[in-house]
Design a protein around this ligand. Structure first.
Ligand SMILES: [Zn+2]
Ligand SMILES: [Zn+2]
Length: 198
């Protein structure tokens, strides 16, 4: 390599380094709010604020949020293969806002009401979750669910879902929701299907 080529190489290298630093400066990597490692995952908390968390802390925070929620929930087993975009929590008001049909909103209300007085199928304590298998739900048609739910307490519910979350290779960019301050349903959703369905 002659001197000129070497000089050019050094300039190119230096330029690349400067460019890389600039990109890093403007596009700051997300950092887990708990342990500080770089992450792509985000948790949407109950006030709709996105908090960057690494996967372990994301799952931990989600479990805490669900277990500490005093509200009744419905939940569809997450199928992250078929619906890889999100695991959302929606109150009936939010379903309305998201243009779910009235019959689907009513179906969710009826499912939530059905939890009253039931016992957890696994541990026998008071049930607060109506859980459906993924085969029972074709997004977004809650009104077409004909299966009976498995009634669970919050502890047994998070144990059941935790595995799907940790096995998933998703980054939950904005896709993992906390339960908000009301009854609601955890479900998967195929955003791009909206235009085809409605
Ligand atoms: Zn972390
Ligand atoms: Zn239980």
């Amino acid at each position: 390599m002659d001197f000129e080529a070497l000089t050019i190489s050094i300039y190119v290298l230096a330029g690349g380094t400067v460019l890389f630093s600039l990109v890093r400066f403007f596009i700051k990597p997300k950092i887990c709010a708990v342990c500080g490692i770089e992450t792509e995952d985000e948790y949407r908390d109950k006030d709709d604020k996105c908090v960057p968390l690494c996967k372990n802390h994301l799952i931990e925070r989600w479990k805490e949020g669900v277990v500490s929620s005093p509200y009744t929930m419905a939940a569809i087993e997450p199928d992250f293969v078929k619906y890889p975009h999100a695991y959302l929590y929606a109150t009936v008001a939010r379903l309305k806002e998201w243009n779910y049909k009235k019959e689907d909103q009513d179906a969710v209300s009826a499912i939530l009401d059905s939890v009253e007085g039931k016992m957890c199928n696994i541990c026998g304590s008071r049930a607060t979750v109506a859980y459906f298998n993924k085969e029972d739900f074709i997004s977004p048609f809650f009104a077409k669910i004909s299966a009976q739910p498995t009634f669970l307490c919050k502890g047994c519910f998070v144990k059941r879902v935790e595995q799907f979350l940790s096995d998933s290779s998703l980054d939950f960019g904005e896709g993992l929701y906390a339960p908000t301050n009301d009854k609601g349903v955890f479900h998967v959703q195929e955003f791009h299907a909206y235009s085809k369905i409605w």
